[in-house]
Write a protein that binds this ligand. Structure first.
Ligand SMILES: Nc1ncnc2c1ncn2[C@@H]1O[C@H](COP(=O)(O)OP(=O)(O)OP(=O)(O)O)[C@@H](O)[C@H]1O
Ligand SMILES: [Mg+2]
Length: 609
């Protein structure tokens, strides 16, 4: 039952009980009052009848001799008199002799009545006092009110007897009933207005309570901007204000939390290091995009799933075991499929057995493949350089020794050795030149390189470089065609770009048989994304490169046919210089080649417009 019905109902019930009690008390009190009044009336009537009897007694004494037949002494007369007086007074009259014998009764035959001397009111009257009693009538079998009046001494039969009046107590019931109904009628009449008033009163309380309730449930559902509009000066108004204040504070706190959450999410997202958090059961709690990228697994969609399922190759369990055992972060480099190396730091977030995030583990991962590769290349490079220098130096030393002998014995032969010696020295100079170029390219930061860049016409530059190398090609009877119109401009370092073209052309001449064909082309090209490129192609119909080697020829010191390359004076640095220069300029180099039928090297550089 709702409060606004409950309260009026309780109110009506209480007032009804109250009215009932008032009715009951009124009935009891008034009954006594009415009975007293009734007894007084009966007493009066009894005395009047007693006076009549007294008068009759006197008259009878005078007439006693004259008319004995009508004498009052005769029982029949007394009975008639009593009947009449009783009827007139509307009550029962009884005349009782001083010995208790009933002489006359207005409502019963005296002959049937027993001696009345023992009736309390009669006994009292016989003693000379007015007697009153309320009791059950033995004659009439109902609750009766009795008043007995003592009669004076006379000559009559009733001398010193008693006149008794009697009335049923029910006489007053009607009046009592009328009085006890009053409070109930008043209650019934006032019930409706009372209900209305108490309904309105409770509603004026339950309405704001309802609004407050609505507000709390809206806030609980997450509508933190919701405010209640209860403006009252009482306790409910205070409550409303505190609730509004609470919602405001809550909103501010939630906002702050959201901002902080977003900030940390953005930090995680922007990190180049991968971050992975898993719970005690090995399920993924959180992973940032870098982690997904480094592990090559769709971790972003794997939240709540076991990490072993989402990223099979990642040895999370053994790392966790190590970290738990030592209780400290564990750093390790793990090998992933595809010759990928990942540096992992595993940090137990809470020592096991503690509350909160107990058992969670944080992994910070980074891709170490490139760094490890660079390290390896550096190591290889040192080995290669020493090796490359050792051979020509040993050759030089041998040549010098031989030359010494030849100068003494065969000066003619000595000239040949001097030629070979100077060729070896030239090769050494070429090698150190290439090394210098490479280390310069690597040492200079990209930003600084960009500052030196100037618009360079690739067409002109290619034409000039081709002209420089033409004698070498002609020496091998090769046919060189150059298609390099001026105007294809790039932003770059002219010296480096010349080295690039020279290396490609030099290779084409070197690795093409005599009488072969070499084509050099420069043109511009616009790609699908509307970017403009300057494209340099060097095509030959020479020996070609096996498909398996095509990726590796751009590595330092890598030569397909070592003997042949050495014979032609190559060190394997040319193409790595080409790749470096191309990349420095924001471009790339690629090769397509068929073993035995020729190769095409293509360099694409961003056009300067
Ligand atoms: N046009 C080509 N046709 C066939 N093979 C080629 C061609 N260009 C390069 N190669 C192969 O690629 C290897 C690497 O070339 P790269 O220019 O780096 O070294 P190199 O020519 O041997 O020495 P250098 O440092 O003097 O240029 C060569 O040894 C050769 O085997
Ligand atoms: Mg070369």
């Amino acid at each position: 039952m709702r409060l606004r019905y409950k309260l009026p109902f309780a109110f009506a019930l209480t007032t009804l009980v109250f009215a009932g009690i008032v009715a009951l008390v009124a009935a009891l009190v008034l009954r006594g009052v009415y009975l007293d009044r009734l007894e007084d009336d009966m007493s009066l009537q009894g005395r009047q009848f007693a006076a009549v009897l007294q008068q009759e007694a006197s008259a009878a004494a005078a007439d006693a001799a004259a008319a004995p037949a009508t004498s009052i002494a005769q029982a029949a007369y007394l009975q008639t008199l009593t009947d009449k007086a009783g009827d007139a007074g509307g009550l029962r009259l009884t005349v009782i002799a001083h010995d208790g014998t009933v002489l006359g009764d207005s409502q019963a035959d005296p002959a049937t009545l027993d001696n009345h001397a023992d009736r309390p009111e009669v006994a009292q009257a016989l003693a000379g006092l007015e007697g009153r009693a309320r009791r059950l009538s033995a004659t009439l079998n109902q609750q009766e009110v009795y008043v007995a009046i003592p009669l004076p001494e006379s000559g009559a039969a009733w001398s010193s007897g008693v006149v008794r009046t009697a009335l049923p107590a029910s006489r007053v019931d009607a009046m009592v009933a009328a009085s006890w109904r009053v409070p109930l009628i008043v209650w019934a009449v006032l019930l409706l207005p009372t209900l209305a008033v108490s309904y309105l009163l409770t509603r004026s309380l339950t309405r704001p309570v309802q609004r407050l309730q609505e507000m709390t449930s809206r806030v609980a559902e997450g509508d933190l901007a919701y405010r209640t509009s209860v403006h009252r000066r009482d306790e409910l108004g205070d409550l409303a204000r505190s609730l509004n204040q609470m919602a405001t504070d809550l909103e501010a706190q939630v906002d702050q939390l959201a901002t902080e959450k977003e900030r940390s999410a953005r930090v995680l997202e922007a990190m180049t290091e991968g971050v992975i958090v898993i719970d005690a059961t090995g399920r993924l709690v959180r992973a940032n995009p870098a982690a997904a990228r480094i592990l090559g697994a769709p971790l972003d969609e794997a939240e709540g799933r076991p990490l072993v399922v989402a990223a099979r190759a990642f040895p999370a369990q053994s790392l966790i075991a190590q970290a738990r055992q030592s209780g400290a972060p564990v750093t390790e480099i793990v090998e992933m499929p595809g010759q990928k190396y990942v540096g992992v730091e595993a940090v137990p977030l809470h020592p096991a057995g503690q509350a909160g995030d107990a058992g969670q583990t944080l992994f910070v991962i980074r891709d170490e493949t490139a760094r490890l590769a660079t390290d390896r290349i550096r190591r290889d490079f040192a080995t290669n350089v020493s090796h490359e220098l050792k051979t020509p130096l040993a050759g030089l030393s041998l040549l010098a020794e031989t030359l010494k002998h030849a100068l003494e014995e065969d000066p003619e032969q000595a000239r040949v050795f001097v030629d070979r010696l100077s060729a070896e020295v030239a090769r050494l100079i070429g090698l150190t030149g290439d090394l210098l170029t490479l280390s310069k390219l690597e040492a200079e930061p990209e930003s600084q390189a960009g500052e030196r860049f100037a618009p360079t016409d690739m067409g002109r530059l290619t034409g000039e470089t081709a002209a420089e190398l033409l004698p070498a090609a002609e020496a091998k009877q090769q046919h060189v065609s150059v298609e390099a119109p001026a105007g294809a401009t790039v932003l770059g370092d002219e010296v480096a770009l010349r080295t690039l073209v020279r290396n490609l052309l030099d290779n084409a001449i070197r690795y093409t048989e005599p009488d072969g064909h070499i084509q050099v082309r420069v043109h511009t090209d616009t790609d699908a994304r509307d970017a403009r490129w300057v494209v340099l192609e060097v095509e030959d119909d020479g020996v070609g490169i096996p498909a398996s080697e095509q990726r590796r020829i751009f590595e330092r010191f890598y030569r397909v046919d070592k003997a042949r390359s050495r014979m032609t004076g190559g060190t394997g640095l040319g193409l790595s210089i080409v790749r470096h220069v191309a990349e420095r300029h924001g471009g790339q180099v690629s090769v397509s080649s068929v073993l035995g039928s020729g190769s095409t090297f293509t360099v694409r550089l961003p056009a300067a417009d």
